[in-house]
Design a protein around this ligand. Structure first.
Ligand SMILES: Cc1cc2nc3c(=O)[nH]c(=O)nc-3n(C[C@H](O)[C@H](O)[C@H](O)COP(=O)(O)OP(=O)(O)OC[C@H]3O[C@@H](n4cnc5c(N)ncnc54)[C@H](O)[C@@H]3O)c2cc1C
Length: 526
């Protein structure tokens, strides 16, 4: 997408927020727990047509790349996470079609979503199958007429489906005789029964409900890809992409909270000066959170560029982005309440709503625990398959970037991580799930720090300071979790000696100066 079109869409969103989603309106929808169908329909109408951003050009969309989508998704989430979630539901629902449908099916269904502005729902989760999608029980039985396959009859229940009560089109994962497969059904079809809109903790203006299928008939042309047993593969294929979208939601929600904190700190006077002038405030609520958001942004930008270049196998990257960004959004939004004191606790000031909304990000599209499992499993596999070259290459490249990003210091940490992974495997500690989770945190922080260092290499003083602060944080994660693994698991790992040698006096030498710079820059920007 060209820069002009992208800016036009971002401007449209600014205008839309002003006209349709004032703070009062958002709070009212949140209080009522009401899905604003009229607002979503307007966003899908020819006047705004925001959904076209997510649709390939050949089927009537705008053909935006992952980098464009990342910016637009972040902007939507900054505006309101419930509205952004409705769009996520539409994208998720369309994704199995995008990756698995035949050309004819894409022409038929994706074009219709584009032209008619349909609300779509992605129906995978079931009461007994949440994190473990493979446990789905919804059945798709073949229906024959005169010995010829005519279609399928679906029976089962789905749980927590975004847009479930309001969708025009449903993408349903069901167990066909040859394995899990995605089917397309449409609103109002006999046997498609919607439950009540759930009363939720956050994103209360999004619609979430259970669905049940009682002999729901689906013609064979609506089996995505026209081949049974492809559903789990199709679901997995979209994760690198959709998890990145949720990561951008974390960026949007975290930024929305931090901006409110900054504005408050510039107005609120206590003990004779503004809160923004108190180091105990800025270095607690503003600088560390700004650094984390900068780090998440650097990683998301890098992964989006790789998707745009056509790279496919980005499963671990999608998980790292989603895990980090959703966890920091949750913690930044929590800080938002503390930073506004008693006002933060009142609904009127919005940070309380953002905190409740952001909570969903660590749950849907795979919980944080599932992401940690994926991250360590995939990176152990990458380390084995590449004979250690995966992280060696990363370390070599970091060694070459300017020292004032702390890239060379991180390079040493990455080499230690490489050894740690090899020893965990050798000592068969990979059977301990808790060890894998501790490892996943080291991997996540180190890989995110790697992206920030590279981005900072030719950046300004602010991003260099952010890079140094985040490398210190990543090395702390390596130290604390690494020592726990090396000495706390009943086996002595020799890599422990290397971990103990990490030079924190070097990593701390600019600490206060960098915190002051980050805080000053961020306060000036808003
Ligand atoms: C508001 C909302 C909207 C949603 N929208 C959709 C949608 O549109 N479509 C859809 O299909 N689904 C949707 N979901 C479902 C969502 O993806 C699931 O809730 C999520 O994947 C977790 O599944 P679960 O709720 O069954 O929890 P469970 O899988 O039961 O998990 C419970 C806890 O156990 C942990 N856990 C699970 N397995 C492991 C393990 N192996 N190791 C360690 N810990 C583990 C989890 O991390 C979690 O903390 C939505 C959910 C919500 C709340």
């Amino acid at each position: 997408m060209d820069r002009e079109t992208l800016n036009m869409i971002l401007d449209t969103l600014d205008k839309f927020e002003k006209d349709w989603l004032s703070a009062e309106k958002k709070l009212e929808l949140d209080k009522e727990g009401r899905f604003p169908e009229e607002i979503i329909r307007f966003m899908l109408s020819p006047e705004m047509a925001l959904h076209l951003v997510f649709i390939p050009e050949e089927y009537g969309g705008l053909g935006a790349g992952a980098s464009d989508i990342a910016l637009i998704s972040e902007r939507m989430a900054k505006m309101d996470l419930a509205i952004a979630t409705s769009f996520l539901g539409i994208c998720l629902g369309m994704d199995p079609l995008r990756v698995g449908a035949t050309e004819e099916q894409k022409e038929k269904f994706i074009r219709r979503i584009a032209e008619e502005g349909l609300i779509v729902a992605y129906c995978v989760t079931e009461p007994e199958a949440g994190s473990n999608v493979q446990a789905i029980r919804t059945k798709a039985e073949r229906v024959y007429e005169n010995g010829v396959l005519k279609g399928y009859k679906l029976n089962g229940t789905k749980q927590f489906i975004t847009n479930g009560c309001v969708a025009d089109m449903y993408t349903i994962l069901a167990r066909a005789p040859d394995g899990p497969s995605f089917f397309i059904a449409e609103k109002g079809e006999k046997g498609l029964i919607t439950g009540r809109d759930e009363d939720k903790h956050g994103i209360r203006a999004s619609n979430t409900c259970a669905l049940s299928f009682e002999d729901l008939y689906v013609p064979k042309e609506n089996l995505i890809g026209l081949k049974e047993g492809e559903g789990l593969k199709q679901a997995n294929e979209v994760f690198g992409y959709t998890r990145l979208m949720v990561a951008t939601f974390g960026l949007g929600a975290g930024t929305a909270s931090l901006e409110r904190v900054i504005k408050y700190s510039k107005e609120r006077v206590q003990f004779g000066t503004k809160l923004s002038e108190k180091q105990g405030y800025t270095h607690r609520f503003i600088a560390p959170n700004a650094v984390k958001l900068e780090a998440a942004r650097a990683y998301i930008e890098k992964v989006a560029k790789r998707i745009d270049k056509g790279e496919k196998d980005l499963h671990a990257e999608g998980s790292i982005a989603k895990y980090f960004s959703s966890e920091i959004a949750d913690s930044i939004a929590n800080d938002g309440i503390q930073a506004l004191g008693g006002y933060g606790y009142m609904r009127e000031y919005e940070v309380e709503k953002i905190k409740r909304d952001a909570r969903i990000l660590t749950i849907y599209e795979g919980t944080s625990e599932i992401q940690r499992n994926i991250i360590s499993t995939f990176r152990m596999r990458d380390t084995v398959r590449s004979k250690g070259e995966f992280y060696s290459r990363m370390a070599d490249s970091l060694e070459k970037i300017p020292e004032d990003t702390y890239g060379p210091a991180l390079s040493k940490g990455i080499r230690i991580l490489n050894e740690l992974i090899k020893e965990i495997r050798k000592q068969k500690l990979s059977k301990e799930q808790h060890i894998l989770f501790l490892l996943a945190d080291i991997i996540t922080w180190c890989e995110i720090a790697d992206s920030l260092c590279h981005k900072a290499a030719d950046g300004e003083d602010f991003i260099k300071a952010a890079s140094r602060l985040f490398v210190k944080e990543a090395m702390e994660k390596l130290f604390v979790n690494g020592i726990t693994i090396a000495y706390g698991c009943g086996k002595r790992l020799t890599v422990g000696d290397e971990i103990k040698k990490i030079d924190f006096s070097y990593l701390s030498k600019n600490y206060l100066e960098d915190m002051n710079l980050v805080s000053k820059t961020v306060l000036e920007r808003i």
